[in-house]
Design a protein around this ligand. Sequence first.
Ligand SMILES: [Zn+2]
Length: 258
Amino acid sequence: MDKRLVVNKLYILPAGHGVLREFFFNTNLGADNEQMVHSPLSIYLLDTSDGLILVDSGFAEDFLNNPNYYNGTPMEGLLYLYMKEEHRIPALLGSVGYKPEDVKLVISTHFHSDHSGGHKYFLETQTPVIVQKNELTILDDETYSPAECRLKDLNYQVIDGDYQLCDNIQLIYTPGHSPGHQSLLINTKNSGYILLCVDAALTEGIFKQNVPYFAADPEQATLSLNRLKAIAAEYNPLVIFGHDEQQAKALKVYPEFY
Ligand SMILES: [Zn+2]
């Protein structure tokens, strides 16, 4: 990518939602607490002077009109994912007037079922997919996410740690939620700095009040959260959380942009 590319527009594209035990977002509640919480999901599309960059690709299509996917598994009753036709990658990009082959680069934050389900649309095109080295350690782990989220033959551009993609886009290594999770700091032309925490800070409560949440590695997750807080203090960005219901209602979504 052009090192001096300008991020003309950052679009938030809502991509479905989940309903899950609030315990996952606040382990203080205790594992037997049955309260459920609404969890919105979005992907992000960057319209830049050097082409389109997609951040994540949404739900695996195993969930298409199939919220009971987890019935009969240990997750039964704990998590329901709601995906409609309009949340498939061709439909999401189509809503903005684009096709998968128009995307120049995909940035994959991690391979969970709600973040890499549409990666398969970038297989044939061999679009570069930037991912952290440690996230590739789960490619063979069938308990991690549906198979379509863990494709081996994508054109992965593997990075290991923080990475300055260009002057205005910085990838921040934030493991803990998953082995190789990454977040993004983006300097947009119209709205200044935006920090996409993704799942390193699922909610505002986790980010601001240190509410403990369910993570693959809680110690690493805390270190990553502290890094994001330091970055927020330094750059004063708009901080966007991964799955915060209240914040999602207030954010601008397509056709508006940042
Ligand atoms: Zn997520």
